[in-house]
Ligand binder design. Structure first.
Ligand SMILES: Cc1cc2nc3c(=O)[nH]c(=O)nc-3n(C[C@H](O)[C@H](O)[C@H](O)COP(=O)(O)O)c2cc1C
Length: 548
């Protein structure tokens, strides 16, 4: 697949090659192990031996804040003060364990953030100044979900913290995320990098939504380079345990304080090499297979540089609705993936429209206000069981400026029609009326959940244009946006009394063919299904942190 890019093309070729080589096809899945080597199954918990541990509080969910409130600018919860308790709550509602599952002798933990195959490649870090009840000195910590505690990796002085914080408000904290690619590659082989980046997106979404519950807002600091992030989190240190790739740094601050448009100055970042770092990362597996992911990760590492992102020309507008009496924090912590759908449950049209509207980047609305780039992902939706809506293929255009381009690109569509009673705030179109259950199932690697829900969808990303515009480092960002949409859909499903499941296993090009996409201007990056779940009665559920 050679692209005639005017610029960035040489640097982009490894990305295009990786993307092409990791497509699942009807006649062959992307290269992977083909079996599970249980001997080398990675430990899901990274721990830093020798690091001081700060236990965080368990903060049980409360009725307030209400779920719908956080999505409505102007109705958001009042700002919580920065204390040990609010930091505890932030992690408890984003990256913590949510339950344990068991059957026979097997026992495994579930988490608030979703992860492909429950393998959890994403690790979280906190970089903060003094926090009441937590620390008197600024510090860098690793978050250990297994015990809901912070592992202190380094402490530093107030002058360095002030220099790092730059123009950010006094009560800002920074949250960093890394990926341990091996955790996913162990099971999924070469395609695993994609799943790691979906998971990073789910984690960014989870943090942004949890922060909103505290009346805080978040912003991705995209001026820094991947090397800067590794310095700040301490993952630059040489060791022979599994490598962590630094992905993201987010600023998190009370909503009544303005987040500046640019990130912290780069200069003090270099000082982090000289800190007295503590703790050694544990080994997760006795043996590894590379799958060429390290090479790709290197190619998509972002260099340090300010980025001039284009704004949405016509941002989607709010659709004011009556808030429901739902607890945000209960919805967040009860989120689970459905392992099977019942093939019967129906969804009201109004709730369907409401769910889809939540996936739009309305100005100032969580979690999309965390991302500095304009929406690049559109939703191709297979409607199966929505009351008063014909079954078939629909399209949600998340950036209205792309409507014409999409109309030209989707050559298999009938003339686009607005669905019945669709609010003007929702740019949804019916493309084909048909029973789409079989096609949805077949394209999602023959998984019944894609046809047995109320609807399933494919996330169609503008692909070649943003990659050419920004370069290889934008590739993971497309998945992050997809993961954010996924995390919202998971919560929306729970709020509607349903359940969702992310679907990373799908046949890429067959989906493109269904839509009539002839080139790589748009690529399918992630699937999702929402419906009435069937529970697996063989599994026992146990609470997280029962010993505390
Ligand atoms: C990126 C991603 C891809 C996934 N792909 C699939 C899939 O193809 N099929 C499936 O049944 N579940 C899939 N899942 C669901 C995960 O298996 C599920 O999130 C994981 O087991 C953790 O369970 P939980 O979501 O209940 O916490 C996916 C989840 C994510 C985040």
């Amino acid at each position: 697949m050679k692209h005639n890019a005017p610029d960035n093309s040489d640097r982009l070729q490894p990305v295009f090659d990786y993307h092409q080589a990791t497509k699942h096809r009807f006649d062959a899945y992307a290269p992977g192990p083909g079996f599970l080597d249980w001997e080398s199954q990675p430990n899901p918990f990274r721990r830093y031996t020798g690091a001081r541990l700060i236990p965080l509080d368990i903060v049980p969910p409360t009725d307030e804040p209400r779920y719908d409130a956080i999505f409505t600018p102007g109705r958001t919860p009042s700002c919580a003060p920065l204390t040990a308790r609010s930091i505890s709550q932030l992690f408890y509602d984003s990256l913590a364990l949510s339950a344990w599952k068991s059957t026979g002798d097997s026992r495994w933990a579930l988490r608030v953030n979703a992860s492909s195959g429950n393998l959890h490649p994403t690790e979280g870090y906190l970089i903060c100044g003094p926090v009441e009840g937590l620390c008197e000195r600024p510090m860098v910590c690793h978050y250990a979900p297994e015990v809901h505690a912070l592992e202190v990796l380094a402490e530093f002085d107030a002058a360095l913290w002030d220099a790092l914080r730059g123009g950010y408000p006094r009560h800002t904290v920074f949250i960093g995320l890394t990926s341990i690619h091996w955790r996913e590659a162990w099971k999924y082989g070469r395609r695993a990098y994609r799943y790691c980046m979906h998971d990073a997106g789910h984690a960014i979404g989870a943090i942004s939504l949890a922060a909103a519950g505290l009346g805080w807002h978040t912003r991705l600091l995209d001026e820094l380079g991947a090397e800067d992030l590794a310095l700040l989190m301490g993952t630059f240190r040489p060791h022979d345990a599994e490598r962590e790739e630094a992905d993201v740094l987010m600023a998190c601050a009370p909503m009544d304080q303005v987040l500046p448009a640019t990130g912290p100055p780069g200069a003090p970042v270099a000082s982090f090499t000289a800190l007295a770092w503590q703790g050694s990362p544990n080994h997760l597996s006795p043996s590894h297979v590379e799958w060429g992911i390290g090479e790709l990760a290197e190619c998509v590492r972002k260099p340090r540089a300010a980025v001039r992102y284009e704004p949405l020309q016509s941002p989607p507008t709010a659709w004011p609705r009556e808030p429901r009496p739902l607890s945000l924090r209960r919805i967040i912590r009860q989120r689970r993936s459905a392992v099977a759908m019942d093939g019967q449950t129906r969804l009201s049209r109004d709730t369907f429209y409401r769910m889809l509207h939540r996936t739009l980047a309305v100005a100032g609305a969580v979690p999309f206000n965390t991302l500095p780039w304009k929406s690049r992902i559109h939703l191709a939706i297979f409607v199966h069981r929505v009351d008063d809506l014909p079954t078939g293929l629909y399209l949600l255009v998340r950036d209205a400026a792309q409507t014409g381009t999409l109309q030209e690109a989707l050559t298999q569509a009938d003339p686009w029609r607005r669905p019945p009673a669709c609010p003007p705030q929702l740019p949804l179109y019916c493309l084909i009326e048909a029973d789409a259950r079989g096609a949805a199932r077949q394209i999602s690697c023959h998984q019944a959940i894609a046809g047995d829900g109320c609807f399933s969808l494919a996330m169609l990303a503008e692909f070649t244009a943003p990659l050419k515009r920004y370069g290889p480092w934008f590739y993971p960002r497309l998945y992050w946006e997809a993961g954010l949409i996924g995390q919202v859909l998971y919560l929306e499903a729970e709020a509607a009394g349903l359940r969702a499941t992310g679907i990373g296993c799908y046949f890429d090009d067959p989906l493109h063919e269904v839509l009539g996409l002839a080139d790589t201007a748009f690529q399918d990056l992630y699937h999702f299904t929402v419906g009435g779940p069937l529970d697996d009665e063989r599994l026992t559920t146990l609470p997280a942190y029962a010993d505390r």
